[in-house]
Design a protein around this ligand. Structure first.
Ligand SMILES: *Cc1c(COP(=O)(O)O)cnc(C)c1O
Length: 370
């Protein structure tokens, strides 16, 4: 069954434009971009648009998305972003060209799997510079592991080293952190007696250093998803005003209105728990014009992160399958059967693209604003 709504429209020209704005700025600093497609569940047309714009690899945390794109004929090369589990290694060798790594056990097992499949595989070994997610904390250990990979793991090519910042630990990428990575690069290069190909300095948050022209020379690779897909975090959350060369309306989520009524904004009766077991507190905004959309948390995760395109329209709340809008002050009159458009936050995009019942439409034509 093909349903009309919710519909997710993807502007390929805008994505291509965002990608090439970023690729061009990075290239001017000697930096290659891995275009990260996991935010949109690896939509193959998006992956292709990234390649058209000149990204060096396509990156995803999930093997399924890499397989999806390869099977759709998108050539890659593919970089696996989430350090793989031992159980995943046969598929990693089969489908990925390069992967991030942070465990000796996994590297040894990867070597054995490569030998079994008679294939080579490139690896980037990760260091943790404070974001406390993946990567070596002990840099002596990391240098030793890199030397071991270089010397003993003949099916693996130690392509480089990398770091992740600004994720679980929300640590800001700074020139100092990048210099720490470069110092470690020097140690690894000394230990293996040759230059490394890749020094990967992080994700969207590290692009700020390119934008501000403060990226130390020697960082030659970034893995960028959100800033190409949505361009929102750095512009809206970080408040960077002169980054308006990136479009934030690349994806449009359209949902259908199924009820419009005038109701109180405060629940009536004795309050207990909501659909998700929480005990919310409510603000009494008085009587509202409230519209219900055929859309819910199951489609978008946090509905409060949605960005309504209609001035004056706000998202009041949602359960799994209903989203309630306050349309009291909306510029247009909202009626049953109307549709409402939203721009998306990253989490919304992750949820909505993973649903089989959301109609995804890739749009090739359309104006690209300058
Ligand atoms: C998701 C991810 C990225 C891309 O992050 P964005 O913030 O979307 O640019 C880069 N590197 C790793 C290891 C990731 O998991």
């Amino acid at each position: 069954m093909e349903r009309q709504f919710p519909r997710l429209s993807v502007s390929l020209p805008k994505l291509r434009r965002n990608a090439s704005e970023i690729v061009t700025r990075c290239a001017a600093k000697g930096i290659d971009v891995c275009g990260v497609i996991k935010g949109c569940t690896g939509i193959p047309q998006v992956a292709r648009a990234f390649l058209d714009a000149g990204v060096k690899q396509l990156g995803s945390s999930r093997l399924e998305q890499i397989v999806r794109c390869r099977q759709a004929g998108v050539p890659g090369p593919y970089l696996l972003l989430r350090i793989p589990g031992l159980s995943e290694l046969p598929e990693v060798v089969r489908w990925c060209d390069i992967s991030l790594q942070s465990e000796l056990t996994t590297l040894d097992a990867l070597e054995a799997e490569c030998a079994r499949q008679n294939k080579n595989h490139r690896v980037i070994v990760m260091v943790d510079l404070g974001d406390i997610r993946e990567g070596y904390w002990d840099q002596d250990e990391m240098v030793a592991v890199c030397a071991h990979a270089e010397r003993d793991l003949t099916h693996l090519e130690l392509a480089g080293i990398g770091v992740n910042l600004g994720c679980v630990g929300s640590v800001q990428p700074t020139p100092e952190k990048m210099n720490d990575l470069l110092a470690l690069r020097d140690r690894v290069e000394k230990a293996i007696g040759r230059k490394l190909d890749i020094v990967s300095g992080g994700a969207t948050s590290s692009f700020t250093l390119v934008h501000w022209n403060t990226m130390p020379e020697g960082i030659n690779h970034l893995r960028i998803g959100e800033n190409i897909l949505l361009g929102k975090d750095l512009q809206l959350e970080w408040g960077i005003e002169d980054m308006n060369y990136l479009a934030m309306d690349t994806f449009t989520l359209t949902a259908e209105v199924i009820e419009v009524k005038t109701k109180p904004s405060y629940p009536q009766g004795q309050l207990c728990i909501d659909a998700f077991g929480h005990k919310p507190t409510y603000v009494d905004y008085g009587i509202q014009r409230r519209a219900i959309l055929a859309l819910g948390k199951a489609d978008v995760g946090d509905e409060k992160a949605l960005l309504p395109r209609d001035p004056g329209l706000t998202v009041w709340g949602a359960s799994s399958d209903h989203c309630i809008l306050d349309v009291t002050h909306c510029d247009r009159e909202i009626k049953v059967g109307d549709t409402v458009d939203f721009s998306l936050a990253y989490s919304n995009l992750v949820y909505v693209t993973a649903r089989e019942d959301v109609n995804v439409v890739c749009i090739e034509e359309g104006e690209v604003n300058s």
